[in-house]
Design a protein around this ligand. Structure first.
Ligand code: SF4
Ligand code: SF4
Length: 204
């Protein structure tokens, strides 16, 4: 029938309009910013840096390898590698980013930095509410703003964060087992090494 589609559309609009007074799921808008829609787990916006433990400076997983900086298509990441090493969250001496900036006004949320990071140090955030009247400085995020805890990562992407934790735990266990085996082999070699002979023909 001519116009049937229009009538169906108007009927659906009317059902939503009047239904919204009695049923919450018929209300298709929310009163932002007082109300917000729940984020789905796959949502992503801009990157953040993950840290382990309580101290964000010590716990940053980033070792300033600069792979993400090189691979970022619009070149909105700036990293300066530290000159020294500091113990990371598990006590291993590591380089760290003396400077780690992301220009959020340029970032296109492509997630390539996340894909290329070998250390699971950078992940995508779901935060989208970033208004500022400082067009440049307010959108240049430095590492203190980028650093967010692993607990936060679990809150926003629980499945992904759980998988990352398992992979990191397996990697650390393998590294610990390798170090232990090497230490045992070195101790065994030292125990079976011949006693040093006296020099200069001295007799006991
Ligand atoms: S999400 Fe894409 S554009 Fe944004 S910092 Fe990462 S690589 Fe660069
Ligand atoms: S975030 Fe990952 S890829 Fe980027 S510098 Fe740090 S460790 Fe390297």
């Amino acid at each position: 029938m001519f116009g049937e589609g229009i009538l169906k559309g108007m009927a659906e609009t009317a059902r939503n309009f009047f239904g919204s007074y009695v049923k919450k799921d018929r209300l298709t808008t929310v009163q932002y910013p007082e109300e917000r829609l729940p984020q789905i787990e796959a949502a992503r916006n801009f990157p953040f840096l993950v840290y382990d433990g309580q101290d964000w400076q010590q716990g940053l997983r980033c070792v300033a390898c600069q792979i993400c900086e090189k691979e970022c298509p619009p070149k909105c990441i700036l990293i300066q590698k530290s000159a020294d090493k500091k113990p990371d969250a598990v006590g291993k001496p590591q380089f760290y980013p003396a400077v780690f900036n992301i220009d959020i006004s340029v970032c296109m949320s492509c997630q390539i930095c996340v894909e290329v990071c070998p250390f699971d140090a950078i992940k995508m955030d779901v935060e989208y509410d970033l208004p500022t009247d400082d067009r440049f400085g307010g959108l240049l995020f430095q590492k203190d703003r980028l650093a967010k805890s692993n607990e936060y990562y679990h809150q926003i992407h629980p499945t992904e964060a759980g998988a990352v934790d398992s992979a990191l735990a397996a990697e650390r266990a393998a590294a610990a087992a390798k170090a232990k085996a090497a230490a045992e082999a070195a101790a065994a070699k030292a125990a079976t090494a011949p006693e040093p002979q006296p020099v200069g023909g001295e007799k006991k």
